[in-house]
Design a protein around this ligand. Structure first.
Ligand code: DI6
Ligand code: FE
Length: 406
């Protein structure tokens, strides 16, 4: 006897194949112990639904997709940067503000000053907005503590979000995000400190991966490589903020370290794309940051597509370059700004996003054995998810087989 069965719906399984969205019409999906136990056409069901499962739910023709995955966020932080937004509108660039001691470092001051309860309450509100659109898995980075205590504080808050809210949280240690003021003009010494933090972060069990910001206003490729070597030594997978504002060869560097993903990529060269393809590194595109920084250089979408690099998309939710808590809006931006197809965009917040987090065996597709994490939509075609702007067609979400009230 299964725990539950959903019938009379259409499934976007997101399994790669000949059918768009891996769709199954007049479909049934069954769950047991939080996982998908069976799925297929109603006609192939071996009996009457109420004899097969304890609970029977009618989808009434709705679409059911995998629960959405936001695979790149900086959700836990103190304060906000609304004044910096105003400065940028008056002509200052993101990099100029950072070099003048604003930007990421100003959020570091606010995050260090905030207690865990305050950080948790603010992050929970942002996460609630994501969950309201069917997100069931989210990645959360540190990077606003920039010392062991501050980084662990952020990571603890991130883990707590995953225990108190109906969402899987994957955490990433981003100690090499910016140079803290106490290390001014001593970037190599700060990287020594980050390298020394990594075994402690690993021992804490609070981080699932390690990230860095390889950029003129961040860290050099050499410094990034040292962080990656320390992570690899501890058995932690790596990812990278690569080529966001300039081409430092970040994509190839990440690929060379078998990174799960290289993210941003606006300035990535063809060599970088080829290296990612060879390594199987996912391209995480962040159209919200592109939009909010009024960037004009597009990531090399055509080259990524031609090389078969899996493309994920994410909010990059952070106070400086993407104060954004709508993954559906990102879906629209990926199509309008980056010219992804609606199917590529949806794949980018399901199957490919799971891969960017190393979770391909657990979520991102509807398949027997995968988590029973679903989003159920009042739509007639999956392309509607990317098409509408500022409209939420979620009927309800299911996390680990349990229906969440919407
Ligand atoms: N790139 C980004 O888009 C975020 N971090 C990074 O390295 C922005 C972080 C911020 O501005 O606070
Ligand atoms: Fe980011």
């Amino acid at each position: 006897m299964w725990d539950a069965i959903w019938l009379n719906g259409r499934l976007a399984t997101m399994v790669e194949g000949s059918v768009p969205y891996g769709a199954i019409d007049d479909a049934v999906i069954a769950t047991e112990d939080g996982r998908i136990a069976w799925l297929g056409r109603r006609g192939d069901l071996a009996g009457e639904p109420h004899t097969l499962a304890r609970d029977v739910h009618d989808l009434a023709g709705r679409w059911l997709t995998p629960g959405l995955i936001d695979c790149h966020t900086h959700l836990v932080y103190g304060g906000d940067r609304a004044r910096e937004f105003a400065q940028r509108l008056e002509g200052a660039s993101y990099a100029e503000i950072a070099r003048a001691g604003g930007g990421i470092v100003s959020t570091v001051a606010a995050t260090r000053a905030a207690d865990e309860e305050t950080l948790f309450a603010a992050a929970r509100r942002r996460l609630s907005a994501l969950l309201a659109e069917g997100v069931t898995t989210v990645e959360v980075k540190s990077g606003y503590g920039l010392n062991l205590e501050g980084e662990l504080k952020q990571l603890r808050v991130a883990r707590r979000l995953g225990t108190e809210m109906p969402v899987t949280v994957r955490t990433t240690f981003l100690g090499a995000h910016a140079l803290p003021p106490e290390f001014a003009d001593r970037a190599d010494a700060y990287i020594d400190a980050v390298v020394a933090m990594i075994p402690e972060v690993k021992a804490s069990g609070l981080a699932d991966a390690v990230d860095a910001f390889c950029e003129g206003i961040g860290f050099t490729p050499e410094q990034t490589a040292r962080v990656f070597a320390a992570a690899t030594e501890q058995g932690l997978p790596v990812k990278l903020h690569a080529d966001q504002l300039s081409d430092l060869g970040g994509a190839a560097l990440a690929a060379g370290h078998s990174a799960l993903s290289a993210d941003h990529l606006e300035y990535t060269s063809n060599d970088g794309v080829a290296a990612m393809a060879a390594a199987g590194t996912v391209a995480v595109l962040l159209p919200g940051a592109f939009y909010f920084l009024r960037e004009t250089k597009l990531p090399p979408i055509g080259a990524l597509r031609a090389a078969g690099v899996p493309m994920a998309i994410a909010t990059d939710c952070n106070p400086g370059s993407a104060p954004l808590t709508s993954l559906l809006l990102v879906l629209n931006m990926a199509c309008t700004l980056f010219r992804l197809t609606p199917e590529e965009a949806l794949t980018g917040i399901t199957r490919h996003a799971a891969r960017a987090l190393g979770l391909s065996d657990r979520c991102g597709m509807l398949e027997v054995g995968k988590a029973a994490d679903f989003a159920i939509w009042d739509i007639d075609d999956p392309a509607e998810l990317a098409y509408r702007i500022g409209f939420n067609p979620l009927a309800y979400a299911v996390k680990g087989g349990a229906i969440l009230s919407s």
